[in-house]
Design a protein. Structure first.
Length: 203
């Protein structure tokens, strides 16, 4: 099942390359979120995708991007799916957690993609760097694991190859962290996305 939405970097293309005002770009991106939510409401997606730029932008673009996130929180709450975020590197997304709660979306169903081992406010999807994983295990909070793999023939293995997650799972198990592996691959996917990863093994 996919995650559907609008990549936050689109706002820069609209504003910088096509001459949109930040508010106009935000409106168009929110309309894209609405389309994604239609698919999600039909059961064809487990989450919506939104976020804000991970690079320097004007205050107007930043605020317009935050408006898109707020809208995505509302639509995820309405459709009963999770929300995945692409954001700046940070260990504090309590602002987004507040917006999610205000919209009726449990903050634990908001996921920061490309996270380090520690994050306040929402659920972290931890990049499979060993030091990030060690921190996530030590912190003891719910987390997911990812590689941000890019399937680009011109950049083989871009970011981290898809086999990195199973290799890191074995690495964690060798260190006695079976409980953390269960959290990352059974408990958190169930709590965030409503996915029974154990049950699907028999399908």
């Amino acid at each position: 099942m996919p995650v559907l939405g609008v990549h936050p970097g689109l706002i820069s293309r609209l504003v910088d390359d096509r001459g949109f005002a930040p508010e106009e770009a935000s409106d168009l991106m929110q309309a894209g979120i609405d389309v994604a939510a239609e698919y999600a409401s039909d059961g064809r997606a487990v989450a919506l995708k939104s976020g804000r730029p991970h690079y320097d932008v004007s205050d107007a673009v930043w605020e317009a991007s935050n408006d898109v996130i707020r809208h995505a929180c509302e639509r995820a709450a309405e459709t009963g799916v999770a929300l995945q975020l692409h954001t700046e590197a940070t260990e504090d997304l309590t602002d987004v957690a507040d917006w999610a709660e205000a919209a009726g979306l449990p903050p634990e169903r908001v996921v920061k993609h490309y996270a380090s081992g520690e994050l306040d406010g929402v659920t972290k999807s931890v990049m499979c760097e060993k030091d990030f994983l060690e921190t996530a295990v030590e912190v003891g909070e719910p987390f997911l694991m990812e590689t941000d793999f890019v399937d680009d023939a011109d950049r083989p293995g871009a970011v981290m190859g898809p086999k990195t997650v199973p290799r890191r799972v074995r690495w964690l198990q060798e260190r006695g962290h079976d409980d953390a592996v269960r959290v990352a691959h059974v408990e958190t996917p169930e709590a965030v996305y409503g996915i029974d990863t154990v049950g699907t093994l028999d399908e």
